[in-house]
Design a protein around this ligand. Structure first.
Ligand code: ACO
Length: 325
């Protein structure tokens, strides 16, 4: 028995903001953004489009590709740092309602940019150990809503989008989700966090304020390079695969320089690493499924290819997965 990614698809909102356009609003340049991050543009959701809307668009297209009905979905897991409602209800429940997936249980996963890998691990374990047959695993983000557009150190980094995977339990063995490593270092929680509106005092009404991203870029950069290196070493040790066995490594798309530094450490040729950060910037939990979807569309993923997903993010969290496509 295996748990296979049966189909993958994505939704990217239509509004595209180039570096030049951003540079006309805040004190930055295309040259700085490209040389420090590899980012050339980002897409942002129009007003009124919620994280759940993007998740639903990606999910519908993934279900079509998988050729299965929404009624066959047993679990819906949404990885997001930008839920429709902070706190509750879960965005996955809103997605369930919009899709009409009334037979499915639904919940969110909060693990920053590692969220998609965490959600994949949870879904594949649930499918392996329960009667469920199919799951929808979605990474979806509306980061433009929590970005401080006056803070040039973070405003240039993020974008919106969603990616959805249909997972199915199959009788065949040796394919699908083969191995996971997840980790966290909560001592770095304040290196990347959402500045909260002050908590309401008892019996007093609190005016709603918008939470915004606060990031210690240097600390997150160092954590990212270190955690990618450690998690790849641990995964190779755990699975006994060698780097040469992998057709592709698909990292979380946070900063091309982070990926290049990790690649140099392992002497991994950059043409084995898929990057699409130039067009979409950092879409947090959506970035890995967005990358997988683009690779799938371009025919870069062949059946039986061994691939590695690697992520890191707020928490601080990190994780990796080995998948035989
Ligand atoms: N345009 C122009 N100049 C800028 C900009 C900008 N957008 N942002 C910062 N600068 C300036 C700074 O003010 C500083 O100027 P100074 O030397 O006069 O003080 C200079 O550029 C260098 O700033 P640094 O912060 O040292 O730049 P650095 O090379 O470290 O790059 C960056 C910053 C890109 C943010 C990097 O630290 C990084 O990528 N960190 C990781 C971020 C990340 O991956 N976050 C997401 C994690 S995943 C998740 O869960 C969401």
């Amino acid at each position: 028995m295996s748990v296979l990614i049966r189909a993958i698809s994505a939704y990217v909102p239509p509004i595209r903001i180039s570096n030049e356009e951003l540079a006309s609003r805040i004190d930055t340049t295309d040259e700085w953004i490209r040389s420090h991050t590899g980012i050339g543009a980002r897409h942002i959701a129009p007003d009124g489009v919620q994280t759940s809307d993007m998740a639903v668009s990606a999910a519908k297209s993934a279900l079509e590709k998988a050729k299965i009905s929404i009624h066959e979905i047993d679990y819906i897991i949404v990885a997001t740092a930008t839920p429709d409602y902070f706190g509750f209800p879960a965005t996955a429940c809103i997605v369930q309602d919009k899709l009409g997936a009334y037979g499915a249980s639904a919940f969110d996963v909060t693990a920053g940019c590692t969220g998609f890998i965490y959600a994949l691990n949870i879904a594949s374990s649930m499918l392996e150990t329960s009667h469920g047959r199919n799951a929808l695993v979605i990474g979806a983000e509306g980061l433009s809503r929590i970005t401080d557009w006056n803070d040039r150190s973070t405003a240039v980094l993020f974008g919106d989008g969603a990616g959805a995977a249909v997972l199915s339990r199959i009788d065949e063995t040796g394919r699908g989700c083969l191995s996971f490593i997840l980790g966290a270092d909560g001592s770095g929680a304040k290196d990347l966090y959402l500045v909260q509106p002050e908590r309401a005092k008892a019996f007093e009404r609190q005016p709603p304020l918008v939470p915004v991203i606060s990031m210690n870029g240097k600390k997150v950069y160092d954590f990212a390079v270190k955690s990618i290196t450690v998690v790849i070493e641990r995964l190779l040790h755990k699975t006994a695969y060698r780097l040469e066995d992998f057709a592709w490594i698909i990292p979380h798309q946070a900063n091309a320089r982070i990926v290049q530094a990790a690649a140099k450490r392992f002497s991994i040729p950059m043409d084995k690493i898929f990057l699409n950060i130039e067009e979409y910037a950092n879409t947090s939990a959506a970035s890995i499924p967005l990358a997988l979807s683009e690779m799938d569309e371009k025919g870069l993923l062949k059946p039986n290819d061994l691939i590695m997903l690697v992520g890191f993010g707020a928490g601080l969290t990190y994780g990796a997965a080995v998948i035989r496509w």
